[in-house]
Design a protein around this ligand. Structure first.
Ligand SMILES: [Zn+2]
Length: 338
């Protein structure tokens, strides 16, 4: 640790961090002020800050531990007063800056928000084409001018966990809808779980994806389907994770809307396209075709928006005699009106 000093001494800083390639940090005014203020904290507080940073940033290795808890929220207020603007500046000026910063030795030399987003989609694309699917709602990301895809969400919000604003584990590219106020926006995933072991109760991007634990259930309300996220298992902890996800992303309402507005029709089209002209349409044939269409979705070499949702909806149709009947009648009706 550096000695306490009232005035920032650039030469002293240079000597202590010699060979660590960090002098470029001082080019950013807010970061420079942040460093100066951190150096003005007592040795003891600086040590607490440093340990908090190391432990909180490594949260991914604590997600299965009953004792893990983020330390930042319980830091003394005078330490938080200095740490928050410093980490905010690190994120805003480096990742959020217009040109980013050139980093030596990295495959993507310009470290900035846009490149984090692009890197995510490049790493997650399947064999063909670009993946434009939102990892939170599985919907269409949409292109956002030439600035990559959609928003970069801080899963653990910047305002409450500023240290995590620069953690790659905490950055997820999500669609504009998922990132709006009222959906995920700045909601805190740990809202109900800010105690040791709280991370066990939530899904975590990259480390504990919800798709492995979630299936959907369906009710009909008049002519519309109403979707409800449910747990694949009976474990209480999974139910908590799903409840939390639903609170964060409003998926029940949004997915019900997508099934009613397009997915049902898309499945009908997909089955119709797969029918041969001379085939006699029977319930059995439609059942086989629907099952094939759904398997094709899941095994596709492309990642297409709503593919998982379509396959899940097909599964529900195949398992519900009454729903399957009305699906079959729609196809039959279309074939006779052709
Ligand atoms: Zn989304």
């Amino acid at each position: 640790m550096l000695c306490k000093s009232k005035d920032f001494d650039k030469e002293d800083f240079k000597t202590h961090f010699k060979g660590q390639n960090i002098m470029w940090l001082l080019r950013f005014k807010a970061i420079k002020i942040g460093i100066k203020e951190i150096l003005e904290l007592s040795n003891e507080n600086r040590e607490v800050l440093f340990n908090t940073y190391c432990e909180d940033l490594d949260f991914a290795s604590g997600i299965e531990k009953r004792v893990f808890k983020f330390n930042y929220p319980s830091l003394p207020n005078d330490v938080k007063k200095v740490a928050k603007p410093f980490f905010t500046a690190l994120y805003d000026d480096i990742l959020g800056g217009a040109s980013g910063i050139r980093m030596k030795g990295l495959s993507v030399t310009n470290l900035k928000r846009e490149n984090v987003r692009k890197g995510f989609f490049k790493a997650n694309k399947k064999e063909y084409g670009l993946n434009a699917t939102c990892p939170a709602c599985l919907g269409d990301m949409g292109m956002v001018s030439d600035d990559g895809y959609a928003d970069l969400d801080h899963y653990f919000t910047k305002s409450l966990y500023p240290m995590l604003s620069i953690s790659a584990d905490n950055l997820i590219p999500v669609c504009k809808v998922c990132n709006t106020t009222g959906v995920k926006g700045s909601k805190n995933p740990l809202n109900d779980y800010q105690h040791p072991g709280g991370l066990l109760n939530i899904f975590l991007p990259y480390h504990r994806p919800g798709i492995d634990y979630i299936q959907i259930k369906m009710d009909s309300v008049k002519a519309n389907e109403r979707i409800c996220l449910e747990s694949k298992t009976n474990e209480e902890i999974n139910k908590n994770r799903i409840k939390n996800t639903e609170w964060l992303f409003n998926l029940n309402e949004r997915w019900s809307g997508r099934i009613n507005s397009s997915i049902n029709d898309n499945l009908i089209n997909a089955v119709e396209i797969s029918l041969n002209e001379d085939e006699i349409i029977t319930e059995e044939l439609v059942r086989n075709k629907l099952s094939k269409v759904s398997n094709q979705f899941l095994k596709s070499k492309y990642i297409v928006p709503d593919m998982w949702l379509s396959a899940e909806y097909a599964r529900l149709l195949l398992n519900s005699p009454t729903k399957f009947k009305s699906f079959y009648f729609r196809i039959l009706e279309n074939s006779t009106t052709l």
